[in-house]
Design a protein around this ligand. Structure first.
Ligand SMILES: *Cc1c(COP(=O)(O)O)cnc(C)c1O
Length: 910
């Protein structure tokens, strides 16, 4: 078992996030040591030590299994260096290449292989059946240490040639070990719980115990409780996708009476045939494996179909017979043409009004993502966001939103006629970027609306989680405190980048759906009413706004109407084709707005949605339900590797660094004092506590790499990396680039990145050495310009009075839609060149300059002007200093497009 005391604290956090690679490393380490030993340069003691360290974890995995480990131990103990090295190498390679999933030979030690060739049917994995997907099943049973081998044998004997999948059991004997296995073993897809197991493991597990205690899952907290149901509950918190089976001698009705029984897919009487269990387990995995739309699309493509409707490309005849575009067919392959169709019959269903396979696929996605309903969207999250705005916001409704959010929200409000009430995020001026919106600012805006008597107009809070640069909201706290002020407020969380977070137990509570689930649970708990009432008593009658601002508000559980929406660009973090997006709904009042959503779909969705996009959404869901946990863990591990390698490298770290959580998030928003993932002295409990309590935390997979200190501005560095090294980055700022790891990255990508950064760093050093004193001075000046002479970021100023005819006296909302359409009347608009003296004149003595449109520079990518906004000196200053070429909504030759103040009122439609 895990022996965390022996592990340095820095490794513990690392380990907690980084288990997949750590296991490979341990095996590789053992292999190398054993090889050295066999060549006479190493020692038996080293090999033995590594083996003992490694074997502590291996009980959580099916492979290599007890027999191979026993053989290896025996070889080490009896001094057979060559035999130990050979076996360690084979196991290590099988684990790294995952060949054991399909190769029966991997499961045999050489000797047994010689004696008994692998049985191709049972019980070992059969060669040639490699295409059957492989998974592992956790078996929690009393006395597993003793009985483990017979449990494994029993279950293996159930295997049949016609099974669609193949699995291996992993027996453990306690609650604690079961949780460890669920965290460490990404191959698990099912769990079978026998009654009568213990809570505590015999092994020493202080770190896990701390973790369980902080989650209320330690032995003391669940003493006397129903241990199997508590375990099922805990396992679902770690891995909601796992199917859990309970083998019990009790009456099923007694178990069914507990709310937690919902976590159990099936209760079987222990005396029932094990075969029943086997069939249930396979069916459970098949249920996730099924992709109703994609499966049918494949069947459709196989049928001989003549088409007499639009879409000549379908079936590919016009392509493959062509002299001129045949390469298109050769490049894409035949299937894409066979799978193209404009039909909505033949099981293909209609995305606009799904009743068949698409409906089913959406329901399965809802289950997977923890939503009540899901809409598949084939025009990106840009469209998903506009659909939410249209469906929920009526003209005049107020929407509180981050001015720096994606443009689809701003345009969505123009279309819907909602009034934006912009709230500023905290600035990170040094890096020319914004963070996220502090909760105190959101509460203040709501309380101001309340003071104006306009709270009923506030319809929705709309925030980006996580932000482009990785700031994650405390979604639960934000919603709770806002609901304490207005219990029926709607939340739209734009999780364009963050869809994958569902598959990490550490990030999930901070997703919209994760938080909504927690709030629903909380609402049902009688203690919540008490907490609410106690706080009301303490606050007294009519508490001041100041008092409400400083109090962590508890909403009234009996009043809350929980209405949560999340949009995600499935294509940005999962295996969907570009533009594949999902709109997730968890809204108790959805029944009242469902018809509006259908209107929004009709408004925005193409009537010719692409079949491949829909299929890829279906497939992305399948993948995440079956291997998302391991893939996301891997993406996080890779990010931590990059952070560590860059920041600790003696040469690279002189010129580059990845910003820590403490550099990305000001102290006041990190209440637990968490500094960074890799900060010495930080253990995983600190990490969990920060994720749980801090106002903002940082998504480890989004890395801001500072390149200004190497003398590059962001755009320049991004171009250099793309042109010269084929490494693509995400966005840039003045002095940084954003790197992102995802489920597609491997450790080789890390190695390549580090190699390239080292090469660039060495080149800088060589150039500096050649350039002498002048070179040094020029380099220092360049760095100063990039890192210190940074323009202040312009906050949102205010809407012009003409567009505040329907606004509160003190609250900043505005009629942006009227301003937007004012720009359609040429006689009401004027242009002023950015650098003209008239601009300065007007800033000084008026009349005010009113922006006629959105002006969005890339980077930073947020609108520094919106229609109807009064242009401030800060905005002009920022524009003038801006050294980027791409500015949407600004034509350099014509200048700023303004609404003439004397015309501003002309086109308002009340
Ligand atoms: C990319 C993005 C969008 C738009 O999503 P698409 O799928 O590209 O249309 C919306 N919001 C945020 C925060 C984004 O990053």
């Amino acid at each position: 078992m895990n022996q965390p005391q022996a592990v340095p604290q820095t490794d513990r956090v690392d380990h907690f996030f980084s288990f997949p690679g750590a296991r490979n490393d341990r095996w590789r380490g053992l292999h190398v040591a054993a090889r050295d030993w066999s060549r006479g340069s190493g020692s038996a003691a080293t090999v033995k030590g590594l083996f003992e360290g490694l074997v502590a974890y291996e009980g959580f995995f099916a492979y290599p299994g007890r027999q191979l480990l026993a053989t290896l131990r025996q070889r080490i103990d009896s001094g057979q260096a060559a035999g130990a090295a050979g076996l360690a190498q084979r196991i290590s390679e099988a684990i790294v290449t995952r060949s054991y999933k399909s190769d029966a030979g991997d499961w045999q030690s050489v000797e047994t292989l010689a004696e008994t060739p692998p049985d191709l049917n049972t019980p070992t994995l059969a060669r040639g059946q490699g295409h059957r997907p492989y998974f592992e099943m956790l078996v929690v049973a009393p006395g597993a240490a003793r009985r483990g081998e017979s449990v494994i044998e029993q279950i293996r004997r159930l295997r049949r040639g016609e099974d669609a999948f193949i699995y291996e059991p992993v027996p453990v004997g306690s609650f604690e070990e079961a949780i460890c296995a669920a965290i460490l073993n990404p191959a698990l897809a099912a769990v079978t719980i026998y009654e009568g197991f213990d809570h505590e493991s015999a092994a020493d597990l202080p770190v896990l115990r701390d973790f369980l205690a902080s989650a209320g899952l330690d032995a003391a907290s669940i003493a006397g409780d129903d241990l199997p149901l508590s375990l099922a509950d805990a396992l679902k918190r770690v891995r909601p996708e796992l199917d859990i089976y309970l083998l019990s001698d009790r009456h099923v009705e007694r178990i069914a009476g507990d709310v937690r029984a919902a976590n159990i897919r099936r209760v079987l009487y222990a005396v029932e045939e094990l075969l029943e269990l086997h069939l249930c387990v396979l069916e459970g995995v098949a249920d996730r494996y099924r992709t109703p739309f994609f499966d049918n699309l494949k069947a459709y493509a196989r049928r001989p179909i003549s088409t007499f409707h639009a879409l000549p490309i379908a079936r590919g005849k016009s392509v493959f017979k062509s002299d001129w575009i045949r390469d298109m067919g050769e490049f894409y392959g035949l299937n894409i043409f066979l799978a193209e169709s404009s039909a909505t019959t033949g099981g293909l269903d209609s995305l606009l009004e799904p009743t068949g396979n698409i409906k089913l696929a959406q329901e399965m996605a809802a289950r997977a993502f923890g939503a009540d309903h899901v809409f598949f969207v084939t025009n990106g999250t840009s469209t998903s966001n506009k659909m939410v705005h249209q469906a929920l916001v009526a003209p005049g409704d107020i929407v509180l939103l981050d001015r720096n959010c994606h443009k689809s929200h701003h345009y969505g409000l123009v279309l819907a006629g909602g009034q934006p009430l912009y709230i500023d995020a905290f600035p990170m001026t040094e890096y020319s970027m914004y963070g996220a919106v502090p909760l105190s600012s959101i509460k203040k805006a709501l309380l101001d609306l309340k003071a104006e008597g306009r709270l009923d107009r506030a319809k929705m809070v709309d925030l980006t989680n996580c932000t482009f640069d990785g700031h994650i909201y405390n979604t639960r706290r934000v919603m709770e405190e806002c609901l304490a002020i207005k219990p029926d407020l709607i939340f739209l969380w734009d999780e364009a980048w963050f869809g994958f977070a569902r598959w990490s137990p550490f990030l999930r509570p901070r997703t919209a759906m994760g938080a909504a689930e927690a709030i629903e649970k909380w609402m049902k708990d009688p203690a919540s009413v008490q907490a609410y009432e106690a706080q009301q008593k303490e606050l007294g009658k009519n508490p001041s706004a100041a008092k409400l601002l400083e109090t962590r508000l508890i909403p009234d559980p009996s009043q809350i109407r929980l209405r949560v929406y999340q949009t995600n660009s499935t294509h940005k973090s999962m295996s969907a084709l570009r533009q594949g997006s999902m709109l997730l709904v968890r809204d108790v009042d959805f029944g009242q707005v469902e018809a509006q959503f259908h209107e929004a779909v009709f408004t925005h969705a193409s009537t010719s949605p692409n079949q491949q996009l829909i299929a890829s959404l279906d497939i992305a869901r399948r993948q995440m339900e079956l291997e998302g946990y391991g893939l996301v863990a891997n993406a996080i591990e890779i990010a931590l590797d990059i952070r560590k390698e860059v920041n600790a490298h003696p040469v690279i770290s002189k010129y580059f660094r990845v910003l820590s959580a403490s550099e990305m998030i000001p102290d006041e928003y990190r209440q637990t004092g968490f500094v960074d993932f890799l900060e010495p002295g930080t253990d995983w409990e600190d990490q969990v506590r920060s994720m749980h309590e801090d106002e903002f935390c940082l998504d480890p997979t989004r890395m801001t790499l500072v390149c200004g200190t190497a003398g590059f501005d962001g755009t320049q560095f991004k171009k250099l990396m793309a042109d010269d090294y084929d490494i693509q980055f995400n966005k840039t700022s003045r002095n940084s680039v954003l790197l992102q790891s995802n489920i597609n990255n491997t450790r080789s990508d890390v190695a390549n990145l580090i190699r390239v950064l080292l090469e660039i760093s060495r080149k800088i050093e060589a150039d500096l050495a050649k350039g002498g004193e002048n070179g040094h001075a020029a380099f220092a000046a360049r760095i100063k310009s990039l890192m210190q002479d940074v323009p202040d970021l312009p906050n949102f100023s205010h809407f012009h009075d003409a567009f505040r005819w329907d606004a509160g006296k003190t609250t900043p909302e505005g009629d942006m839609r009227s301003a937007f359409y004012s720009a359609y009347y040429a006689d009401g608009c004027e242009y002023l060149p950015l650098n003209s003296p008239e601009v300065d004149q007007r800033l000084k003595s008026g009349p005010e300059m009113i922006s006629a449109n959105f002006v969005i520079p890339y980077p930073p990518g947020f609108p520094i002007m919106v229609p109807g906004q009064v242009i401030s000196p800060e905005t002009i200053d920022f524009m003038r200093k801006l050294d980027v070429k791409e500015i949407h909504g600004f034509e350099r030759t014509k200048g700023l497009k303004l609404i003439r103040p004397d015309h501003a009122k002309n086109h308002i439609r009340k």
